[in-house]
Design a protein. Structure first.
Length: 265
């Protein structure tokens, strides 16, 4: 087991990506602490993990509330003896498909402010405890929009680029404390749409603006990649396991490219 006896906190643990990573972490021996706004979703994931023999705990936490996140991380560290891994898998429904000339300042700022804020808050709260043990892994998420020109997703693009820049800079800040920071950049994941995550509303809206069905948009996205397919939840979760494990112990300050070859670094 690659994560045996590790303590992993997952913000957005009730979502499609957060829950997939939580299950993978638990299978690899980690004690998983799920945080999110909806206890019902968290409880469903926790029940599945517990039924498979995993160790899991849940808490209702707003990942935009610094005091709530700090209180939760302190409680986890006190109970578990520390925090080894932190993943921010929080998602926000935001405007895409609106040209720059028609995009309001509020709609532009919304994803930028929220994604940067939540990653800053959760990383800082976890790093306080990781630093005490001189080790830890902080994982963030982004999308290919971080490197893509428009039109139609200015706020999303800047938010993703900001998360990647934040991750690189944070790696430089925390490296001497033995803390690694890795960003996972994934393309569209069809299973998240099927699961009804926040991405479904966004992708459906974009498909409607393009005058096509959602399935057609996903097929087009798959066809535009080198592998002619989109990544799966299992691939994202397994990548998170690897990045959080000692097998990736020399990796930090980088972006794991899971775009199926849509974006080449």
């Amino acid at each position: 087991m690659r994560l045996k006896n590790k303590n992993a906190v997952i913000y957005g643990g009730g979502g499609a990506i957060g829950s997939a990573v939580a299950r993978a972490f638990a299978r690899e021996g980690a004690r998983v602490y799920l945080a999110g706004p909806t206890l019902q979703k968290l409880d469903a994931v926790a029940s599945e993990i517990a039924a498979s023999g995993g160790i899991v705990d849940i808490a209702q936490v707003d990942a935009l509330d610094e005091q709530a996140v700090v209180k939760h991380s302190d409680a986890v560290a006190a109970k578990a003896g520390g925090i080894d891994i932190a993943l921010n898998a929080v998602g926000f429904v935001h405007v895409q498909g609106t040209p720059f000339a028609e995009l309001s300042l509020e709609d532009f700022e919304y994803p930028v402010a929220r994604y940067i804020r939540t990653n800053y808050i959760t990383a800082k709260a976890a790093a306080r405890h990781m630093g005490k043990n001189k080790s830890g892994v902080i994982l963030t998420l982004s999308t290919p929009a971080s490197l893509m020109p428009g039109p139609g997703y200015m706020g999303h693009s800047v938010a993703c680029a900001g998360v990647e820049a934040f991750s690189r800079h944070l790696a430089g800040e925390l490296g001497q404390q033995g803390i690694r920071v890795i960003c996972i950049r994934s393309h569209m994941i069809p299973e998240t749409v099927e699961a009804g995550s926040h991405s479904r509303e966004i992708f459906s809206h974009n498909a409607e603006l393009a005058g096509i069905k959602l399935e057609e948009m996903l097929a087009g996205a798959a066809g535009s990649t080198l592998l002619k397919r989109l990544p799966t939840l299992a691939e994202v979760a397994n990548t998170a396991v690897f990045m959080a494990s000692e097998q990736a112990g020399a990796m930090t300050g980088t972006v794991a490219n899971l775009t199926s070859g849509f974006i080449l670094d």
